[in-house]
Design a protein around this ligand. Sequence first.
Ligand SMILES: C[S@@+](CC[C@H](N)C(=O)[O-])C[C@H]1O[C@@H](n2cnc3c(N)ncnc32)[C@H](O)[C@@H]1O
Length: 285
Amino acid sequence: MIIPKEAQSSAAVAEHYDELDPFYREIWGEHVHHGLWWTGRETPDEAVEVLIAHLAATLALRPGQHVCDIGCGYGATAEWLAEHHGVHVMGVTLSSAQLRQAERRADGSPLLQFIRQDWLTNTFEDGVFDHVFAIESSEHMPDKQRFFDEAYRTLRQGGRLAIYAWLAHDNARPWEERLLLEPICREGRLPGMGTEAEYRAWAEKAGFVVDGFEDLSRKVRRTWTLCGQRVAKKLLTRSHYRRYLLDAHSRNRVFALSLLRIWLAYATGSMRYGFLTAHRPSSLA
Ligand SMILES: C[S@@+](CC[C@H](N)C(=O)[O-])C[C@H]1O[C@@H](n2cnc3c(N)ncnc32)[C@H](O)[C@@H]1O
């Protein structure tokens, strides 16, 4: 696992999303995850929804099921799943700014609920969810084994886990670690970036049976060209972007540098984007 030189806490992750909230919403929009260019012809807005449709198809969601979105961002994934598949979604985030936006979606919906809670110390009862998924949140968890243990505990027997995660490739060379992966972790508030092998091992140690792994790197990496273009345009046209970057009190401005590093990390193959699926076996199996 790639570990940043400075330890990253859940409090730092929450601060990252709270402080950068206006920028995330202007640059990324309501989905804070990669787009998935399955055919390559999707618009950026379509690509972020294709990723959710990919998740829904894999989980084979059925109306009325109970699903947990670990690290739910602004709740847009939860809303899409409720609208398209009629499932109940419980979304969990560390960020108060994200929670405020998510709660607006939940208003009046019998299917949506959001709370601010640390997944690693969550208060859900055993076996309450039919499915649990995490789109780009496991990277932020300081204790990856506990992330999997909690997913296992809160899933019913036979329930499925699906994870989209930023991964380091299995044998990162020293220069890749020094110039790309370690700074990406530090600047993006990731306490650790695991490899495919580590994710499989954590899942199995928790008790899961791993069903599959897909490397989606080539289908998602266009996200970073788009982000780079959007940020450059904002810097040229919006003075508050320039003020934020130049202000020494902006604790998370360093993330801007990461955009270039992440683009390079995908181009060089140092970073991967993986989709892992697993299920909690039933005790009779
Ligand atoms: C990159 S964003 C992804 C948001 C969302 N999944 C989406 O696709 O739009 C990471 C999310 O993980 C959440 N997160 C990170 N660590 C967490 C933890 N320990 N407990 C709960 N949520 C966490 C953050 O609050 C944020 O909502």
